[in-house]
Ligand binder design. Structure first.
Ligand SMILES: [Zn+2]
Length: 143
């Protein structure tokens, strides 16, 4: 994974549709575009890695087209990334950090992605997905 201090090639489309915050990151292929140049914490790198993996199911172009134009797709991709990020935090950070991270993620998911959900709905979505993922992992261990 390469991190570049630059805007991605489709930035004008992104800006027109979701108007991202100044320190937003943009995954593309095997690169993370980080126009603000701010240091990226490990859990957020992990989140972006999830998107790079998702893009491998099609291509960065197709993934971004769907991400920008299909709200349900955008929500699903972000839920996967935030859930994985929270599990990363659970593994490596103290308990209090997990609580704070979930709160921050819910805020972020409800404010920055034009999903028409409020913070409480965003938090419930992340919690539910974590629970489902844990149940799946439990079943896999038993079978
Ligand atoms: Zn994301």
């Amino acid at each position: 994974m390469k991190i570049l201090t630059a805007y991605p090639q489709n930035y004008s489309e992104i800006k027109a549709i979701i108007n991202p915050p100044e320190d937003a990151l943009f995954p593309w292929g095997d690169k993370i575009y980080n126009p603000s140049g701010k240091e990226i914490p490990p859990d957020i790198q992990w989140h972006e890695q999830v998107h790079l993996k998702q893009q491998k199911n099609s291509s960065p172009e197709v993934w971004w087209f769907k991400w920008l134009n299909v709200k349900e797709f955008r929500q699903e991709q972000e839920l996967q990334a935030f859930t994985s990020q929270l599990q990363f935090i659970k593994r490596f950070y103290p308990k209090q950090a997990v609580k704070e991270a979930l709160d921050e993620m819910a805020e972020n998911l409800s404010n920055n992605y034009k999903l028409d959900i409020n913070k409480y709905e965003a938090e419930a979505l992340i919690r539910r997905r974590i629970k489902e993922t844990n149940i799946k992992a439990y079943d896999n261990r038993r079978n």
